[in-house]
Design a protein around this ligand. Structure first.
Ligand SMILES: NC(=O)c1ccc[n+]([C@@H]2O[C@H](COP(=O)([O-])OP(=O)(O)OC[C@H]3O[C@@H](n4cnc5c(N)ncnc54)[C@H](O)[C@@H]3O)[C@@H](O)[C@H]2O)c1
Ligand SMILES: N[C@@H](CCC=O)C(=O)O
Length: 515
């Protein structure tokens, strides 16, 4: 019997013992920083001369780890190994594969703070965000394992006298997993274990900014008993290894999470049938967002301001779900804007090894430069009312920034900035607010703050996003509770952490026998 799924609780760092335990984990991980991490191909460690050097974005001098970098030749060996391992792995029972995930979840749970500490150093996550990232990784394993046990039985269909019919799920083959750096543990682990538990073999190509936490997770899966060749670890350049593996005729599934630019490129390339390819590739692409919080005139305005600030500045706005725009009805606009500015000015910014820092750095120089250039655009298109400054002398720090009075179609209100910047726009009425909320090419998350029941019903029908929230922030989906994925150019709406997700990694087979 498996106990019912419940999400992993978050750590309360106001409890003295928890704070101390986390400080110890930070100390322990600090001693491990700078180590080398190898590729894993067919169960064997492979070290290369050329390395991806992962650094702490809060302290550019601090090397988190040096990770071997795969070439096309390594990628080819890895895909051949995964293809061979598929024959054995696909025959494992659903239950045995699920149990492997339960074991991996238990190992991570025992080393929870250690993994979160890696996220503090490698992704610049504040404690709370790192803890939530690790909890989500555990949740994905626990949730998908249970889902697989259920799906292992197939689904009920009709039979007739003399005819026995079954409807079962079978794995597809080799899956290429390409995660982003922003949920460096949760999304990386979730998108890797979903194809594994469904019986596929995997090539994991982690994001170049956060390969160390991925290398640590690969060790956990080996410890949990994954046979050789079933998971291959091939960090490398997107342009070289990424394209090669996307195009490869033996790739069956591609599961990508990242930018619209790279996601659409992969989607297009994967559609082309290559010489020797005997199947159509299944492609999951989850991309960016330009997510809106709508504030009605009849609403709890303190809640609205809090929701805007939390959604905009959690993990420095580097979430696809980040509330980077707020559309506020004219009657309450000034009041909400002023409170948002007040709350924003109270936020703390700094190195996240300390316990009380709300916001850390952005991930790297390219992000820093991009966000700062958007801040310049914002000064032309709107009115800067908070923040606006950056400092990249030691790490990549940008103050939480608020722009007011943006036109709904301005660049600031249309393009994904992926940093600590929120833009406010005034709407004449609720219909117009929903129209503005829908007017971008994205459709990932959104929230409505209102006490008006009719408006809640209207938004349920008309606000076109994959994850719609009422009277709360628009970030922080929890596995099994808020299946996650977006509409429009936000992606294929795969709904990670939901009941339909594993099905995307399998083929349904009808078996009919006459007696
Ligand atoms: N919708 C979601 O669920 C979701 C979740 C997290 C992040 N995101 C989005 O991800 C973006 C930020 O992440 P990022 O900066 O890591 O995105 P990115 O697109 O730059 O990179 C994502 C991954 O793709 C790889 N890659 C780059 N070029 C490639 C190529 N040619 N072929 C194959 N792989 C290639 C990268 O190495 C990385 O592992 C934001 O747009 C954010 O909104 C979306
Ligand atoms: N699932 C996360 C966002 C993932 C993208 O960055 C959330 O709901 O905040």
């Amino acid at each position: 019997m498996v106990v019912p799924y419940k999400h992993e609780p978050f750590t309360d760092f106001t409890v003295k013992e928890n704070k101390k335990a986390f400080e110890e984990a930070l100390k322990l991980v600090k001693e491990e920083l700078g180590k080398d991490h190898d590729l894993l191909i067919n169960g064997e460690r492979v070290s290369t001369e050329d390395k991806i050097v992962s650094i702490n974005p809060a302290n550019k001098e601090q090397v988190v780890g040096r990770v071997s970098k795969a070439t096309k030749e390594h990628a080819e060996r890895a895909i051949q190994a995964a293809d061979e391992a598929f024959e054995g792995w696909r025959k494992w029972s659903a239950r045995s594969r699920a149990e492997l995930l339960f074991r991996a979840a238990a190992i991570v749970r025992r080393r929870k703070h250690e993994f979160s500490a890696y996220l503090v150093y490698e992704a610049g996550k504040p404690w709370k965000e790192a803890d939530a990232d690790t909890a989500e990784a555990i949740d994905f394993m626990e949730y998908y394992a249970r889902q697989m046990i259920e799906l292992g039985e197939g689904k009920a269909i009709e039979s007739r006298p003399g005819e026995q019919n079954r409807y079962v799920y079978t794995p597809s083959g080799v899956a290429l997993v390409i995660p982003p750096w922003n949920f460096a543990f949760a999304i990386m682990a979730g998108t890797a274990v979903a194809p594994l538990v469904t019986g596929n073999t995997v090539l994991l190509k982690p994001a170049s900014a956060t390969p160390v936490v991925a290398a640590k997770f690969v060790e956990v899966l080996e410890e949990a008993g994954l046979p050789k060749g079933v998971l291959n670890f091939v960090p490398g350049s997107g342009a070289e290894v990424g394209d090669y593996l996307v195009d490869h005729p033996k790739t069956s599934i591609i599961t990508f999470t990242g930018s619209r630019e790279v996601g659409t490129r992969i989607y297009e390339r994967a559609a082309k049938v290559q010489p020797g390819q005997q199947h159509l590739k299944r492609v999951i692409v989850e991309m960016g967002g330009k997510d809106t919080i709508v504030v009605d005139k009849d609403a709890d305005l303190e809640l609205a301001a809090q929701a805007i600030v939390v959604s905009a500045f959690g993990f420095s706005g580097q979430k696809c779900s980040a509330g980077s725009r707020a559309v506020i009805l004219k009657e309450v606009y000034d009041q909400v804007r002023d409170r948002v500015v007040e709350l924003t000015n109270e936020l703390t910014l700094g190195e996240t090894t300390g316990p009380d820092v709300y916001m850390g750095p952005v991930i790297d120089q390219a992000s820093f430069d991009k966000i700062m250039s958007y801040i310049e655009i914002g000064k032309e298109e709107g009115r800067l009312v908070a923040g606006g400054e950056g400092d990249d002398s030691k790490g990549y720090f940008i103050k939480p920034t608020v722009f007011a009075d943006l036109a709904p179609k301005s660049r600031m209100q249309q393009e994904e900035i992926f940093g600590p910047v929120v833009c406010l726009t005034k709407a004449d009425n609720f219909d117009e607010a929903i129209e503005i909320a829908n007017n971008t090419e994205y459709g990932l998350t959104g929230a409505v703050i209102t006490n008006n029941r009719a408006h809640i019903e209207q938004a349920k029908m008309d606000f076109h996003v994959g994850n719609l929230y009422f009277n709360r922030n628009c970030t922080g989906a929890i596995v099994g509770y808020h299946p996650f994925g977006g509409f429009k150019m936000s992606g294929t709406d795969s709904k990670a952490g939901g009941p339909d997700y594993l099905g995307l990694h399998m083929q349904a087979k009808t078996v009919s026998e006459m007696f």
